[in-house]
Write a protein that binds this ligand. Structure first.
Ligand SMILES: Nc1nc2c(ncn2[C@@H]2O[C@H](COP(=O)(O)OP(=O)(O)OP(=O)(O)O)[C@@H](O)[C@H]2O)c(=O)[nH]1
Ligand SMILES: Nc1nc2c(ncn2[C@@H]2O[C@H](COP(=O)(O)OP(=O)(O)OP(=O)(O)O)[C@@H](O)[C@H]2O)c(=O)[nH]1
Ligand SMILES: [Mg+2]
Ligand SMILES: [Mg+2]
Lengths: 278, 292
């Protein structure tokens, strides 16, 4: 893309366009391009072909720290609480994550704590059947915190390695629903004091700058420990994740790359940064 | 802060003196940043900013109104003009049921919007809709539409498995047979770059000749709005857009991008998860939120 070009402001303008087109956002983009310009003026960057690798490395390094490993419980089941806005891909991601966790023979129990949306429990039940794992559920309209509590206690009693809890989609602007999510977390803590060990925020890669608001508000409500970015198999680049990382300091742990059970990957910051320039 | 507040600061030193090309540049830079933060498409921002500059320079000959307020008005009016200005009433079919086809990327709110549209048409237009479950892939998608159908008291046509275009054709036939005057096809979410699935949508269109093909777009969508809307429109000749999840705080710049790039009007906005929560699109409201 930048071979045989002069290292000048027009090259920087093209890089800026690539970042903006990938949803990196104007402020983060300006900060990154300023870093490039500073390195260029200080003669640390001399050739045009070094600019993109330099920029990729700046982005990778922002995303890499903290690693991408799941937090594990010291003993008993590792409880994973999954949350995020409507339609981001939570239920499907849980279906994929379950198979991923089962690779080493781990035993997984699912909790269907979305008791509100039409056929949400049926949807997760199909994923539990595809994985051959048990699912804890109650009647439509039941208290989501009660289902979460049941799932964790059942997982503990049956010696499960993981309990993964699905919650209803909610917009971070819905105060009562954010309070409901806080309550689910508190109740899960009652069942197992260190739980939830992992709180995954599912973010749709097609989202623009609002992803940053989502991350801030969900983090405030329930202390997010990892991000699962979905739909990276489309043309969206998920660039808002750079600012999300800068804002809440939480690492991206998983990537969704499709609608099937195997379409999950562990997050690779270098690959993510490189894709911004494809 | 809102764009208006930023302009007020920018032009604070000018008092009642005129806008000059130099200070318009600063204002224009603020507009560009604000629109990008609001997720308006990159190329759409460029074109929009050029038009604002032209109109603002034309204004420097006017006196009397504070420069900041003049500038805000130019930007606001330009946005409203772009977003609105089109007759968007539904044209009912007089030779059989009016067919609506709902399409879009995964998770944008199509199924929910189908339910909202069915309820709206039943209650507000006295129609007798039939919902058709054309998503045979997503786990429990058919069940989801059936539950929604019960909630809005509208029948649902569904088949277990089979091809979407055949199910939709039989759904339309069923509507004719049972005296339903509206058919709403709920298709599966898909990527605009999935050629096979985009072909499938063309097949559904070919078999049912929809009068309205609405692209359901998530208000939170970023730069990807342009590529996806363009491709859905290229393949299907979309007749309208529904912007969902506007009850959040996403600035919804996609509304501007899609309108600009496809020329298609936004017909309705989704304002919540409940099936009553759909409203006709009001350009001024979306213009206001894009400007923050
Ligand atoms: N292409 C693609 N589609 C995905 C991915 N992850 C999820 N989806 C699709 O996105 C849509 C929504 O997925 P769900 O799992 O129902 O999302 P959710 O967050 O549970 O939705 P709510 O519970 O309604 O808030 C479905 O059509 C999924 O198949 C992904 O990585 N790639
Ligand atoms: N807050 C809010 N949520 C909405 C709105 N419209 C839809 N939703 C929610 O968004 C999520 C996805 O809605 P669906 O109707 O399943 O989306 P879809 O486009 O049919 O999804 P796929 O068929 O998987 O592509 C659900 O949780 C809905 O309740 C809206 O206007 N506001
Ligand atoms: Mg779900
Ligand atoms: Mg659907």
């Amino acid at each position: 893309l930048f071979l045989g070009r002069a290292l000048d402001e027009s090259l920087l303008a093209d890089l800026e366009r690539a970042l903006l087109a990938g949803d990196v956002g104007p402020r983060t983009t300006t900060a990154l391009i300023d870093e490039v310009r500073a390195a260029w003026k200080a003669k640390r960057l001399q050739r045009s072909e070094d600019v993109e690798p330099f920029l990729r490395e700046r982005i990778t390094e922002r995303l890499r720290s903290g690693g991408n490993a799941l937090v594990r419980a010291a003993s008993g089941p590792t409880v994973i609480l999954v949350c995020g806005v409507n339609g981001s891909g939570k239920t499907t991601s849980i279906g994929k994550l379950t198979k991923f966790l089962k690779r080493d023979g781990a035993r997984v129990v699912l909790g269907a704590a979305d008791t509100f949306r039409a056929a949400a429990v049926e949807q997760l039940t199909i994923w539990s059947e595809r994985n051959g794992v048990e699912i804890v559920k109650q009647a439509q309209g039941a208290d989501p915190a009660a289902v979460a509590f049941d799932a964790v206690t059942a997982g503990k009693a049956r010696g499960a390695d993981y309990v993964v809890i699905d919650t209803a989609g909610r917009l971070h602007t819905q105060t009562n629903l954010m309070q409901e999510l806080e309550k689910i977390r508190r109740v899960v803590k009652k069942a197992v004091p260190d739980a939830p060990h992992e709180t995954l925020l599912v973010i749709d890669a097609t989202n623009g700058q609002n992803a940053i608001r989502q991350a801030e508000q969900f983090h405030k409500a329930v202390t997010v420990t990892g991000i699962f970015v979905t739909k990276l198999d489309g043309t969206a680049k998920g660039g808002a994740l750079v600012a999300v990382r800068d804002t809440i300091g939480v690492p991206v742990k998983f990537v969704g790359t499709g609608e099937q059970i195997d379409d999950i990957e562990v997050f690779d910051p270098a690959a993510f940064a490189a894709a911004l320039f494809d | 802060d809102s764009l208006a507040q930023r302009f007020t600061r920018l032009f604070a030193g000018l008092g009642r003196s005129k806008l000059t090309p130099a200070n318009i540049e600063d204002g224009v830079r603020e507009v560009r940043t604000a629109l990008l933060e609001a997720d308006v498409g990159l190329d759409v921002v460029r074109g929009f900013v050029e038009r604002v500059k032209e109109k603002a320079v034309g204004l420097t000959r006017l006196d009397g109104v504070a420069p900041a307020d003049q500038f805000v008005k130019v930007v606001h009016d330009e946005l409203v003009a772009l977003l609105g200005g089109e007759e968007t009433r539904i044209r009912w079919n007089d030779r059989g049921p009016t067919v609506f086809m709902m399409v879009g990327l995964q998770g944008t709110g199509k199924t929910t919007t189908c339910g909202k549209l069915a309820l709206h048409l039943r209650r507000k237009e006295g129609k007798k809709p039939l919902l058709v479950a054309a998503d045979v892939k997503r786990p429990a998608a058919i069940e989801q539409l059936k539950v929604i159908g019960r909630q809005v008291d509208v029948p649902v046509y569904a088949e277990e498995g089979g091809r979407p275009e055949k199910i939709c054709a039989r759904g339309v036939a069923k509507a004719i047979e049972t005296g339903r005057d509206v058919v709403i096809l709920d298709t599966a979410g898909r990527l605009h770059i999935d050629a096979e699935l985009m072909d499938e949508l063309e097949d559904v269109k070919g078999k049912t000749n929809p009068h309205e093909i609405w692209l359901v777009v998530d208000a939170q969508v970023g730069q990807d709005a342009v590529a996806s809307a363009r491709e859905f429109d290229r393949r299907l000749a979309v007749t309208g857009v529904v912007l969902s999840k506007t009850d959040g705080d996403a600035r919804a710049g996609a509304a501007l991008s899609i309108r600009e790039v496809t020329g298609k009007p936004i017909r309705y906005v989704g304002t919540g998860e409940k099936l009553e929560q759909i409203e006709p699109f009001v350009p001024k409201r979306v213009a206001g939120r894009i400007l923050g």
